[in-house]
Design a protein around this ligand. Sequence first.
Ligand SMILES: Nc1ncnc2c1ncn2[C@@H]1O[C@H](COP(=O)(O)OP(=O)(O)OP(=O)(O)O)[C@@H](O)[C@H]1O
Length: 269
Amino acid sequence: MTITSAQAPTGLNVHEISWSAKGTLIVDGIDLRAPFGKITGLLGPNGSGKTTLLRAVARLSTPDRGVVHLDGTDLAGLRRRELARRLAVVEQHAGTDLDVTVLDVVLLGRTPYRSALQSDSEHDRALALDALRQVRMADFADRKWGTLSGGEQQRVQLARAITQQPSLLVLDEPTNHLDIAHALSLLSLVQRANLTTLAALHDLNLAAMYCDHLVVLRDGRVEASGTAAEVLTPELLRDVYDVHADVGTHPVTGRPLLTFHPPAGGDLG
Ligand SMILES: Nc1ncnc2c1ncn2[C@@H]1O[C@H](COP(=O)(O)OP(=O)(O)OP(=O)(O)O)[C@@H](O)[C@H]1O
């Protein structure tokens, strides 16, 4: 199929999304754009609303108001199955308690493409095994899911998301259990995937290295957005995170490189 300009992916447009719990506004009128083929990083301190926003964007929760368009389509108008073909989510605490293998978990990514009675095709298995190879988990295909470490589970969940062949990847702290080598490898893989990606990240140096665009939340609102160089300034880090940092330049990427100072008195304040 030839992609005409009318069908070309444009990315994610989030407009005026709000979500509240028991009358308390948690996410308040968020606007953001995540362009196709790029990683957009969602930053902000604990409790600033990142997970809440990601869940509303991915329709895992229903926002009080606002609209989310993916490649020009309003996600609120899609049925579950169509939504699952368009977007894949890797949540912070991914999981299943079922007694299943790693390959079974990855094959869940093919569910939106088959009927309830259909079993996995050779094509499905090939996609799943290829995704496991990409996250360096091919040797674990027959292992029981419950026996994996946190980082291994996180990589398998990314493989499941890749197998889903979405246009949009929504990642909530995708590197939080990963050692530095696997964190770099996972973000490089996401970068090469050429999808629209919206990822909540805590590691600001990794965000600076891999994200083309950053959006910083504070108290459920957008505090700043722009390139890493525009956003990750000592002033913003002090105002939003209450930390002191020097901002240099990464010798390889040319992006900002942050060096943090210990807090005065050394406590966690
Ligand atoms: N269902 C809920 N009921 C009440 N409060 C909620 C609910 N869901 C989230 N919150 C609150 O909303 C705020 C934002 O939570 P959220 O998980 O979105 O933050 P976050 O930026 O992802 O944080 P973290 O970096 O710690 O993962 C928090 O103060 C949280 O306690």
